[in-house]
Design a protein around this ligand. Structure first.
Ligand code: IPE
Ligand code: IPE
Ligand code: MG
Length: 194
């Protein structure tokens, strides 16, 4: 889910952008709990993009504060059956290497040959290793672009764009998105027999 539209949600209400992010975090909290009952096994959310560092320090701080708050709360919630993993370039948060850099290091060290590099190797070295590629990508607030979300993993994902602003998105909207997904004809470059 590309959770977009927090700023517009706040603006419509003459509230500071930080309030939009707070409301957006609440919407996600509620949705993940309700999605459990729908048989959804994995939800990957776009909470902060590399490009979002361009925003004001105030706004970045408000988003990071919310991340900290919700992650702490999640880990202290003993009843939850949800598991949480982070994905993305965490270099600004902790020292970490990205997939392509790791593979290049292995080539340099003579552990693998350049001709050994294939798409599986790249997938296995991404933070999302072991998590299936997203079947459905939802973007809220009506924007028709990926904004750099799961570029590698989304090669064959189905997109669903809704005008709803992220803080207003609820489980009924998620059901609508899943219904739309169920009508898609996924061909993966092949064609139907007969
Ligand atoms: C999405 O809401 C949340 C993040 C990008 C962190 P925005 O802050 O982009 O909201 P708009 O697009 O300005 O409405
Ligand atoms: C994408 O939204 C990033 C997140 C939702 C975290 P943006 O609001 O940053 O994307 P652009 O700038 O409209 O492409
Ligand atoms: Mg936005």
């Amino acid at each position: 889910i590309i959770m977009d539209g927090n700023g517009r949600w706040a603006k419509k209400r003459f509230l500071p952008r930080a309030m939009g992010h707070r409301q957006g975090a609440q919407a996600l909290d509620k949705l993940t709990k309700e999605a459990e009952g729908l048989g959804v096994e994995y939800i990957t959310v776009y909470a902060f993009s590399t490009e979002n560092w361009k925003r004001s320090k105030d706004e970045v701080d408000s988003i990071m504060g919310l991340l900290r708050e919700y992650i702490n709360r999640f880990f202290n919630d003993k009843k939850s059956i949800l598991k949480i993993r982070s994905a993305g370039d965490l270099t600004a948060l902790s020292p970490d290497l990205r997939a392509v850099t790791k593979i290049a290091e292995d080539v340099k060290a003579g552990k693998i040959q350049p001709e050994d590099i294939n798409d599986q190797m790249i997938s296995d070295n991404l933070d999302t290793a072991g998590i299936p590629d997203p079947e459905l990508i939802i973007r809220t607030s009506g924007e028709f672009r990926t904004s750099n979300f799961l570029m590698w993993q989304s090669a064959y994902s189905e997109y669903y764009i809704t005008d709803k602003l992220w803080p207003d998105f609820n489980v009924e909207d998620l059901k609508d998105a899943i219904k739309a997904y169920q009508t898609r004809d996924r061909r993966f470059g092949g064609r139907k027999e007969g």
